[in-house]
Design a protein around this ligand. Sequence first.
Ligand SMILES: *Cc1c(COP(=O)(O)O)cnc(C)c1O
Length: 489
Amino acid sequence: MVLAGAGLGDYELLPDTSHYTPKGRLNIMRYISTRGTAPDLSFEEAMLTGLARDGGLYVPEHVPALTHAQIAAMAGKSYEEVAFEVMRPFIGDTFTDAEFKALIDQAYAGFGHAARAPLVQIDSNHYLLELFHGPTLAFKDFAMQLIGQMFQAALSRSGDRVTIVGATSGDTGSAAIEAFRGLKAVDVIIMYPHGRVSEVQRRQMTTPTESNVHALAVDGDFDDCQAAVKDMFNDFTFREEVKLAGVNSINWGRVLAQVVYYFTAAVSLGAPHREVSFTVPTGNFGDIFAGYIAKKMGLPIADLIVATNQNDILHRTLQTGAYTKEGVNPTISPSMDIQVSSNFERALFDAYDRDGAAVAAQMEDLKQGGFQISQGAYQMLKDTFKSGRASEGETHAAIKTYLANHGELLCPHTAVGVHVAEAHLGTTPMVTLATAHPAKFPDAVKAASGVAAPLPPRMADLYDRPERLTRVPSDLAAIQALIKERIAH
Ligand SMILES: *Cc1c(COP(=O)(O)O)cnc(C)c1O
């Protein structure tokens, strides 16, 4: 059987009916597309590919459940140990246990907190899960640092070189650049909406000096950037030519890495013996979808609450069953300024009982502006996710009152989360995900609270480093031409 070293194509060696090696030890997880027509892939292939060839997203063919005893045994373990146990069943034979443990250890070694994702109590039954101790001060480091390690390990084995193209509303891009800067087998090209990311976010993307890093400022909004990435993946000639790879939040490897902190948080609050709820500041639905996976794996999660800012397509969808695009209105929580939420497709796929054709039809309607979710699918989504929204005024007010009443300076995304969480506090412990450090959004935080949030000392010179970026029109052909020129060096 195929063990470590499995490259593209090795999977045909496995008989379709057998998901186990003769030893019964290795579960060869396969990944299927939400639109039903792309080929099934291994974990390694799904990670390196990103978007499926039929335009869909890869999901595991089944979600492995952990037993009550396995979850109970996580109490007192390190973040890295829990990470290994939670992710191991999903990675098939892509890495050996020893390799995977080493990659996890390396991924989180640069974090500024020994607990990686510490939990802070802010009220009798309300906690903040601090996900901002990574190198770019936002939760995206959890996934991106691990993806960087896994890409490097997989590519150095195959000798391939890839071009990573990503769209960002701010945090993904800086996290991707931080994870891939200087890696030999990778060029990393990040498109962000010009003038619509915070200065700290921009500088984190434009100040790295490595020649494999390319920051493109697009004249458009985040959805334009995201659409350009999707179009590039659907241009198969270009895709082959530059060996395109994606690390946007649709990459399954990223979702998977985010499942881990739901476990560490819930276990430290008494799971599996006690239920825990989570409120998640949401944009592309990757983080909350990871919570949904944790629940499917057996973690006793009571409520999963989607918190949106005034760009509230997900809140509206969960309230009405109609998914309809509206324009994006920029907010002080820019990483949630979206009108199309890519990972929502994964939830739809389950809501439609994994009927890829039904999902593909709805995504076709979305091009015309929206779709109505069928009654049964809508019921499933309503049973699974709650939702709430914070206006700009409410976000400002939350930053102010949490500093005054709880002594916590929140980033605007986290402020959206606590505002929404407050409507759902009860006897079950509530964990709100603190998705970024307040210093990443200093102007908004200062305007709301009157207090300046200093950068941690390890990045205090960010404002003094020279910037390097390329301004581009929102034009697919022009962007593709530029990418080919850049990677030809
Ligand atoms: C990306 C991001 C979000 C939204 O997460 P999704 O997985 O896209 O829903 C929220 N807050 C911050 C700070 C982010 O960077």
